[in-house]
Design a protein around this ligand. Structure first.
Ligand SMILES: [Zn+2]
Length: 412
């Protein structure tokens, strides 16, 4: 018979509230930029918790915080955790819940089942959101996979004008040692995170098991026309790039709608030049963010966007220049870990939905060095990246119980 895994709701709730008080902003918000005093205090708090749990705590070369429980048989580690930095402002759950979940799960397993066979580790990633340095998204997990070189922080300027290398040195981190953060001894990584979308709530299911993280393709589109007087230029003699861009935005939206879920495409940024009310614009620059969990479907979606933009430009006498951001392929979870989690959910009586992730996560990066999967916890109204984000303690506990059951299967 399967043993029911118990997680203490009062402990989890207290940890969520204590951690969210560090860098608290607005009513229920959190503002924790990487390497800020709040960030240091939050990492130190988690370090205290790790120490108190009897795990061995250490910071790596970029400031990721690890807590390790040795396994009796040794071997590669089974790891869980999430990020400590936040959006500005963010909420109490994004990232933080995954760290609390991992530590509480490992502590509870140790109390209920003793020492594991394989090493179990919790990680608090130093930077996921690009909260302090816009080019530093997934900084912590990229360092673990060996994707960051010692020179990279020199070119990264923070919102306060200080380079990342200076910031690192001020906290005692030597950029020359960044390669030391690399790990090649991780067997499996499971990240628990709030869903940040409305699917679980819509289906009235507390917990999700992520089988794929959507891939994304970003682009900046520059549409060039001809600037002229808004009064003197007749309508039939204009080459107005904003009118063209407006049509392009609609086309991008329609392409994703007609492809159906899980295809999404967003134009979230637009720059109009010179941006004067009595001037026909000269140039419009806008972003396209397209995502899908299937590589071929993502390619087709992007082709549809490119075709539409060029057709509209030609029809309106406009010139288009593209610059593409690096393509991020979909990240498929390890099928064995997904089925292991599905089985664990059944055994523990947890209602769980196997689903894709629309948002990007550290897990994507960790898949370069380990077998990965994710667990989602239902988000109220599907909201996130706002102080209003909320997940009920009941749903959090179901998620953490599932995480613990999965770690148990992998490490005991
Ligand atoms: Zn997050």
């Amino acid at each position: 018979m399967t043993v029911r895994i118990e997680i203490d709701p009062a402990l989890v709730e207290e940890r969520i509230m204590t951690l969210s008080a560090i860098g608290a902003c607005a009513e229920t918000g959190v503002c924790r930029r990487t390497y800020s005093p709040e960030w240091v205090a939050a990492q130190e708090l988690v370090r205290d918790w790790i120490d108190a749990a009897g795990l061995t705590a250490r910071y790596d070369a970029v400031g990721n915080l690890w807590g390790r429980l040795e396994g009796s048989d040794g071997g590669k580690a089974v790891v869980s955790g999430s990020h400590i930095d936040s959006q500005i402002p963010g909420g109490r759950y994004d990232g933080a819940l995954g760290i609390i979940a991992a530590l509480t799960a490992i502590e509870s397993l140790q109390a209920q089942f003793g020492q594991p066979k394989r090493p179990l580790e919790v990680i608090s990633f130093c930077e996921e959101e690009g909260s302090a340095f816009s080019g530093a998204r997934f900084w912590g997990s990229r360092a673990i996979t060996g994707r960051i070189s010692p020179e990279d922080p020199d070119g990264m300027i923070g919102h306060d004008g200080i380079t990342m290398s200076d910031k690192m040195r001020s906290l005692g981190y030597d950029p020359a040692r960044i390669p030391d953060a690399m790990r090649t001894d991780i067997e499996a990584f499971i990240e628990l995170h709030i869903e940040q979308g409305p699917i679980l709530e819509q289906q009235e299911i507390p917990v999700g098991i992520v089988n794929v993280i959507n891939g994304s393709q970003g682009a900046l589109v520059e549409v060039v026309g001809e600037s002229n007087h808004a009064g003197a230029r007749p309508m039939d003699m204009r080459r107005d790039p904003l009118v063209g861009a407006a049509e392009m935005v609609l086309a991008v939206n329609r392409n994703a709608v007609s492809m159906g879920r899980p295809a999404v495409s967003t134009v979230g940024r637009m720059l109009v030049e010179p941006n004067g009310s009595a001037i026909i614009p000269k140039k419009v620059t806008f972003s396209i963010d397209a995502r899908h969990n299937d590589v071929e479907a993502l390619r087709i979606l992007n082709e549809a966007h490119e075709r539409a933009v060029h057709e509209i430009a030609e029809r309106n006498g406009l010139v288009v220049n593209w610059s593409f951001r690096p393509h991020l392929p979909p990240c498929v979870s390890d099928p064995d870990i997904v089925s292991l989690l599905e089985e664990a959910a059944k055994e523990q009586g947890i209602s769980a939905l196997t689903m894709p992730s629309g948002a990007l996560h550290d897990t994507q990066r960790m898949s370069e060095v380990a077998r990965v999967a994710m667990i989602f916890v239902q988000s109220l109204d599907g909201r996130s990246h706002t102080p209003e984000e909320f997940s009920s303690i009941e749903h959090c506990i179901e998620g953490i119980r599932l995480l613990a059951a999965g770690l148990h299967k992998l490490a005991y």
